[in-house]
Each structure stands twice: as C-alpha cells, then as structure tokens.
Design a protein around this ligand. Sequence first.
Ligand code: ATP
Length: 217
Amino acid sequence: MLSVRALQKSYRSGPDRVSVLRGVDLDVAPGESVALTGESGSGKSTLLHLIAGLDAADAGEVRFGDTLISQLSDAGRAAFRRDHLGLVFQQFNLIPSLSVADNLAFQSRIAGRHDAAWQAELIERLGLGSLLKRYPEQLSGGQQQRVAIGRALAVKPLLLLADEPTGNLDEATADEVMSLSRDLVSRTGCGFLMVTHSARLAAMLDRRVHLHAGLIA
Ligand SMILES: Nc1ncnc2c1ncn2[C@@H]1O[C@H](COP(=O)(O)OP(=O)(O)OP(=O)(O)O)[C@@H](O)[C@H]1O
C-alpha cells in the first residue's frame, strides 16, 4: 500500500547542503505495523514528513497504491493527506478553540467521511466519553494523546503515521495507548508507521526498520 523508492532529501546548511535521506526504500502493507528507529538526527521525522506530503523530496517516489504523492502539487498532497492519512505527531496539534468532540470529528467531516458509529466506538475504546465537552487545554498529556489518536483514526486512514506518539507518557500509559492503537489499526486494516526511540515499543509492532546514514537497513 505505501511504497517508498529511492527517496532523497537534503537541507541547506550555510553554504553546504547536508544529505539526510540518500535513497530510502520502504514498504508498509495494509494492516501492517512498522516501527521506524534510528539515532537522533538520522532523518526519521524528515521521512515521515515526506510520506505525509508535508514536504517535497529532492528525488525518488512516495506512492500509495496508484497515487504518486511525490508528484502531486502542494494542494494535491494536502487533499490526499486530509482524506487518507492519520497523523499523530509529538505536538498533538489539537485545535484549541474546539471541544474534544469537535476535534475528533474535524478531519473526517472535512474529508466527507464522518461515520458517527465509528466515532462512538473510538470514543468508547479510547475512554473519552467523559471528556467530550472539554477543550484541549483542560486535558492531561495522555488524554490529549488519546484524542489525537482518535482524530487520526476517525477518518479510517490508509496509513496512520505517528512520530514518537508516546514520548510524553509514563510507561504504563504508553503501553496502553500502543496496544489500543495496534488493535484499532488491525480492525481497520490500515497501515501503521511509528517513529520511536524505544526498543520496547518497537518490539510491540510487527516489524522494525532502522534508518542509518540516510538509508533503511
Ligand atoms: N528544515 C530543516 N532545515 C535544515 N535542516 C533540517 C531541517 N529539518 C531537519 N534538518 C536536519 O536534518 C537532520 C534529520 O532531522 P530529523 O528531524 O529528520 O531527524 P530525526 O531522526 O527525526 O531526529 P530526532 O530523533 O532527534 O527527532 C538533522 O540533522 C536536522 O538538523
């Protein structure tokens, strides 16, 4: 479903260009969960941003089925992201002026794919029922994270992309959120690609890939 081929990205650093990704190949199948590890600065977030279409690659391909993301315009990538991808990044990016209920439904409504029964199930599984009228600033970090995961899954994405999603949580909460995410991912059959520094969390997923020196080992 996700197919990344020969992906390259460099950044300008003063007069030089620093090559971060030097030809990355990666596949994620429907229903498969993959941990992306690598030392700090190895380019994990860069790769996630390119897959999400938040930035453009210098060369190479990002493909979802027949859709070649890497050749879409900025607007085309934004529309694809809105309709088909679920993102959970380190800053949960909840909308401060919207209640939990409206944050959960926001993306799926814009995508025209709001499913009230599915949203109700997510609310129950994520334990958000008593929080629906609150605003993001009234939630703990773990609660905000559960809302971010619910919002990402509400759209029934092709792929759930998560960047250190449990970074701010204690071990027990992180484990609970992880097993819940895995469960929901296997229920919907979407792919799951998660950046983590934790070998323990990586071991909870189907497969682990390691980014080193600009390549996936
Ligand atoms: N917009 C940018 N402009 C210039 N350099 C950048 C930019 N974004 C990232 N970099 C550089 O690219 C390299 C890879 O960064 P990236 O954030 O992808 O790594 P990472 O593996 O996610 O790191 P960490 O685990 O510390 O979050 C780093 O050297 C970083 O400084």
